[in-house]
Design a protein around this ligand. Sequence first.
Ligand code: GLC
Length: 668
Amino acid sequence: MNSIISMTIITRMNPCCSSRILISSSKCYHSNKLTRPIRRLHCLGFNSNNNKCLIDTNKITAPPIISNWGKIKVLFSCNNIGRGRGNLVILNVASNVRQHSSSVEGGNVKENSFGRLYIQGGGGINVKPLLVERIEDIDVGKVLEEGKVDEVRVEVNSENVKGLNEGNEVKVGKTERELSDIEKEAWKFLNDSVVNYCGTPVGTVAANDPADKLPLNYDQVFIRDFVPSALAFLLKGEGEIVRNFLLHTLQLQSWEKTVDCYSPGQGLMPASFKVRTVPLDGSSGLFEEVLDPDFGESAIGRVAPVDSGLWWIILLRAYGKITGDYALQERVDIQTGIKLILNLCLTDGFDMFPSLLVTDGSCMIDRRMGIHGHPLEIQALFYAALRSSREMLTIDDGSKNLVRAINNRLSALSFHIREYYWVDMKKINEIYRYKTEEYSTNAINKFNIYPDQIPAWLVDWIPDKGGYLIGNLQPAHMDFRFFTLGNLWSIISSLGTTRQNQGILNLIEDKWDDLVGQMPLKICYPALEYEEWRIITGSDPKNTPWSYHNGGSWPTLLWQFTLACIKMGRPGLAEKAVALAEKRLSMDKWPEYYDTRNGRFIGKQARLHQTWTIAGYLTSKMLLENPQLASLLIWEEDLELLETCICALSKTPRAKCSRVAARSQILV
Ligand code: GLC
């Protein structure tokens, strides 16, 4: 392998090492230190004279495995490398060679040595800090043979990511035409929103509104908001920021007490994080940079960021698919991160359904909006995250059971959503004639839905052709509101059947004035009004009817709509929506959301220069220009999953009606 590798040698417990790590700015290995009962990552500022970054570390990421060693550049740590055990090497690989799963085979470094390292470090925690002083070329194989170091880790740097897809059918980073002024402006604003930590880009702020005197937490990097930014960068051929984001957020994954005296589940990803510059303890004039996560303990309403971990997994897959850098997802720490998130989602509780049970406001709609229970948005992201994980998990004895659990859940979840969340003219008519109070396993009206629940608006609204997945399903309760993100992700992830997915787009086309109007797209339809608004939102003045989460229009939904349209072979619909957005977004200064029934006004409290509005627009443009890129971001129907579900159903004598349903719904 023709690689330029730069290597950081880390000497643990070495008396000559100071308690700081000094490394070149582009290779900022950081760690965390607890200053309060939440995890923070510390970087001790940036020295502009020597271009180096000072970091404090007590956790170091675990390594992937590489196959061949060439001559490498080394950042040497202290002068006494090789004094006894406890040395660790981190490699920075710049290679033109695609890093594939196959790179695991035939390596000079034994896999179990990495396993050992990871376990020894207690999951990477409490590794002593180190000082890196100089750069040299060394032969890694020789160093290992001579026993100078115990372990080696590899980091693929940005050069590695660039151009990895060259020669593939799907090309990133290529634009045949001159960008329009609006696109140029959008790229400028997107670049301006980039947040650096320790000299390297790690994310984008939620909004960069120059006139905003009270940014609240909009100056933070939100996990969900960063996804369209990440895709815009990836599709342009810039992978570094995404890679850094994935690794840094991984290190913020929850393990400590946060909300008052209560600890959220291990594995929870924060909603957002902020880079703070704080004075360094005990030293005058020195500052350190700190990554400060918010797991909801500061968030308005203390909402749980359930979707963050799901987005993280989805983005990790997209990163691998677009850059070809599969080595990242194979790393032990990344694999552990995926497993922690999944454990949290797959833990047994009191649930009766395969859908994920959550509290209100646990996703993009992060305020009280009556979406507690089993909201569609979470189910669709959960499904996509499970499918992503199944592709990325390294299968071994330790992960076999998890993969089995994922497969079972995927089958059950898709059956559940396809069968019970889907409504169209026919289904509404069935519900209208439902018998209630059916006690038996053969009940048709399983959830005891009273026909009177069918809202008046729906009777006239449901089109003859097409349909959609309802917002939520609970015992004796169907939330018939149309939630856009959940429906779009059901298409993208193939949670819905092909017929259902087409049906959703038919409905959007048919109800264009309601769901798109003057600005794509409504976050949900219709708005809660009057008594419903008072009771369900708790009289929330930000969520008044047809504003913000309560029927407001969110341009960031555009990229997901574009992806869904391309997947279903209907790019024309997306083009129409993008053209509409293009007329106003730049003129209106890229607002966060729009208000009123058909999205005429800029949102009452909308931030301007909202990053995911900007990035969503750019991502949509790039996808439409190069529709084959969409294939990297979607999931096709998995027939094996359907088979598992049908087998499971046919084994149980109870499921007569479900079997019929399986034929009519699942197999379409
Ligand atoms: C609002 C949105 C949320 C978003 C955040 C930052 O709270 O509801 O979805 O992540 O702003 O833009």
